[in-house]
Design a protein around this ligand. Structure first.
Ligand code: ZN
Length: 423
């Protein structure tokens, strides 16, 4: 059994984790916040730092063909399958210093403790800093994890960044061979599970006074693209009763999105983009296009919301004598976390005398891709005011330390034999 006293104290351990995150955050394009894109000088600097820390924690390190930084802490029996942990090194433009990279530094901190104590486990531990999850440079979300699961889209290599460089050229510039990408793919039998630590990116844990939470699902999502077409006209001469104002119709549609999504706890909807034409102060808007992003951990809830919104949009368009076109642009498949792994993570949270708060993730994560290769679990860490993708992103040292305590306990107690045969 594990001796609880062998866990480092949360506050000091967490401060060490925050200090490392601070060093990593310095490798950013111009501020504010952190901007770190795939296969750039900043990415290289972060790889070098992480590789040094991995080596210091007794890990063998390599950069794979997709620019993922990979470290392995060998099992007591060399070559045994691994418990893999990790998250992404890249950021959105002007993002924060915790989204993604926290999920690399926390497992590294745990492995350093094992290494310093000379502890080996019957399974290997691997940590991956995925090269690109946000897709900022080439619009390729989940690029690093897609390479590891062997599901890269070869056409993505021809995508260009804002300077005209292709993804293939960027990888070559990083010292990698795009033809070697298939070698980055891992096999299911090499892995026992994948666990991702990530900031919550939402306000629930803070509101409930909890440092960590257990993720149940990564949400289903759908995106609609809607265009309302009316008749542009003179702002002074067309009476209100005769107008076919596309923007006024869109305003009503946005309220329908809010109303529909407020009816349930497990449904969120956002209109994040709106284009008005012709867009002049003295012209009645003749056309208005907007997007609707709908997410829920339950696919039928998303499908039901889309059906409700389509009918609400059609009704309001008819009442205002507007033409309407609705396109469903993409559907993000949802992803449940794996029950037998969640149980073990839950036990590790409880063992730290913390309540177990289950919550779903409204954002996508590398774990979604990894689910195609192995079983997954996620641990969320409280972040200030639920803010993410923003320079103001913040966590406390104590919470970082608690996350590391939970993860280290999970690692030490991890029992792969509890995986169901059919899993
Ligand atoms: Zn992230």
């Amino acid at each position: 059994m594990t001796d609880p006293s062998s866990l480092p104290a949360a506050a000091t351990w967490g401060q060490d984790i925050l200090d490392r995150l601070e060093l990593l955050a310095r490798h950013s394009e111009g501020g504010p916040g952190v901007t770190r894109r795939l296969a750039t000088a900043e990415h290289r600097a972060v790889h070098d730092l992480l590789a040094g820390w991995m080596a210091d924690a007794g890990m063998a390190v390599h950069l794979d063909a997709a620019a993922n930084t990979c470290g392995r802490y060998e099992a007591s029996e060399p070559g045994a399958p691994a418990l893999m942990m990790g998250s992404h090194q890249d950021t959105v433009r002007q993002g924060g210093r915790y989204d993604g990279i926290l999920g690399v530094v926390v497992p590294l901190a745990c492995i350093k403790v094992l290494h310093d104590a000379g502890e080996r486990l019957p399974f290997a531990l691997e940590v991956v800093a995925f090269s690109d999850e946000e897709g900022l440079r080439f619009g390729t979300g989940l690029f690093g994890s897609s390479a590891i699961i062997g599901r890269l889209n070869p056409e993505d290599l021809a995508r260009r960044d804002e300077d005209g460089a292709t993804l293939a050229e960027a990888l070559r510039g990083f010292g990698l061979d795009p033809d070697g990408l298939p070698a980055a793919a891992r096999q299911p039998e090499e892995l026992l599970a994948f666990v991702e630590v990530h900031i919550e990116q939402g306000p629930i844990l803070e509101a409930e006074g909890l440092p960590v939470g257990l993720v149940t699902d990564i949400t289903f999502g759908a995106n609609l693209s809607v265009t309302l077409t009316g008749v542009a006209g003179h702002a002074g001469t067309v009476p209100m009763s005769r107008r076919q104002d596309a923007l006024a119709g869109a305003a009503e549609a946005i309220q329908a999105v809010e109303r529909t999504c407020r009816e349930r706890d497990d449904l969120v909807g956002t209109v994040g983009k709106l284009a008005v034409s012709p867009g002049a102060t003295n012209v009645i808007p003749g056309e208005c296009s907007f997007t609707v992003d709908i997410r829920s951990p339950r696919e039928p809830v998303v499908a039901g919301a889309i059906a409700d919104l389509q009918s609400a949009f059609e009704t309001l368009a008819a009442a205002r004598d507007l033409q309407i076109d609705i396109q469903q642009r993409y559907q993000l498949p949802g992803c449940p976390c794996t029950p037998w792994l969640m149980e073990q993570l839950e036990a590790a949270i409880s063992a730290q005398d913390l309540p177990v708060r289950r919550l779903f993730s409204g954002a996508g994560h590398d774990a979604m891709a990894m689910r195609h290769l192995t079983d997954i679990a996620m641990l969320f860490v409280r972040c200030t005011a639920g803010i993410s993708h923003n320079p103001a992103e913040a966590i406390t040292a104590k919470d970082a330390g608690i996350a590391a305590q939970v993860l280290l306990r999970f690692i030490r107690d991890f029992d792969p034999s509890r995986r169901p045969a059919a899993s």
